[in-house]
Design a binder for this molecule. Structure first.
Ligand code: GUN
Length: 298
């Protein structure tokens, strides 16, 4: 069984991006810039934004963090986004979610210029992805990171049955559309399942590539997996653990111990899909910089 190491792959990718950013700097005299807007004081969001800003600095991306109080009116947030849309030093904009309940997340997403939407949440970007126009859009970072892992580990996808468990706008829907594309790194037959799917094990047992993003600790057990399948675990669930200093540990949606006995390759949690997400945000920001400066690039 091959353990698909997202931690190592994310380090490789960040090192490649660092070199690429230096080439960009020499060619243009500028560096990519990512703006992150944080509204309110959600502790998890604060940690996420801090980690994203730290990664920017490590690889040479300019990070602009804009913190706004919890009671910020929606119009004020939209004004800030409009300013960032026009700022030539900013190539990527993300508004960290969740937002306070009086602010509409969809309205906020619509306000971001799609050509700076490095989260890939704007309907324009999702629409381009649906049409297979990857050269013309941004793909949501978690599914994009999974595609990168499958490619870098040489996982054969053409003609394979890919089953995606989860139908969220951020992971399940873009993931299914990525794997459905006419492309050597995709060309899958795709089935999308979710929490209300009847006879879910029937579908998961028919997967050559099983991608699970359902948010339920240890939900997929070995009897639900076809021998030899490639299993990708997007889960990030905290469970109580009295032996851990923090009182909890993080586990995936897949029962790693039992499934690792039947799968041919799988991602661990932690250290699988998670570390790839920030790395792909950096990749999208560099991609945006190159598009805005008409530079060649992957
Ligand atoms: N909240 C949790 N994950 C994400 C993400 O990838 N982007 C944004 N903007 N908010 C998030």
């Amino acid at each position: 069984m091959i353990v698909i190491d997202g931690r190592k792959t994310s380090v490789d990718l960040k090192n490649e991006l660092k070199a690429d950013i230096e080439h960009c700097r020499v060619a243009t005299g500028k560096i990519p810039g990512l703006a992150m807007v944080l509204v309110g004081d959600n502790p998890s969001s604060q940690v996420y934004v801090r980690n994203k800003a730290k990664t920017c600095k490590e690889i040479g991306i300019g990070a602009k963090v804009i913190e706004m109080p919890d009671e910020t009116p929606q119009e004020k947030l939209l004004e800030v986004v409009a300013g960032l849309n026009l700022d030539p030093d900013i190539n990527g904009i993300l508004v960290q979610q969740p937002l306070p309940s009086h602010i509409d997340e969809f309205t906020t997403t619509l306000a971001i210029d799609p050509s700076k939407d490095v989260d890939g949440f704007h309907p324009e970007n999702l629409g381009q992805l649906l049409l297979g126009r990857l050269d013309n859009c941004f793909v949501s970072c978690t599914p994009f990171g999974i595609l990168e892992l499958l490619t870098r580990y040489g996982i054969e996808t053409t003609g394979k049955h890919c089953v995606v468990v989860g139908r969220s706008d951020i992971v399940g829907k873009p993931m299914a559309n990525l794997m459905l594309r006419k492309d050597d790194a995709a060309n899958c037959t795709v089935t999308v399942c979710h929490s209300l799917t009847r006879e879910l094990p029937f579908f998961t047992r028919h997967a050559d590539i099983l991608i699970v993003a359902i948010g339920n600790a240890g939900f997929i057990t070995s009897d639900m997996v076809k021998p030899g399948a490639v299993v990708i675990d997007v889960g990030n669930n905290r469970i109580e653990d009295h032996d851990a200093k923090s009182g909890f540990r993080v586990v995936g949606d897949v029962d790693f111990r039992s499934v690792s006995a039947v799968a041919s390759a799988m991602t661990p949690v932690p250290g699988g899909v998670g570390p790839m997400t920030i790395a792909m945000l950096m990749k999208n920001t560099v991609l945006s910089f190159k598009r805005m400066n008409a530079l060649q690039g992957p």
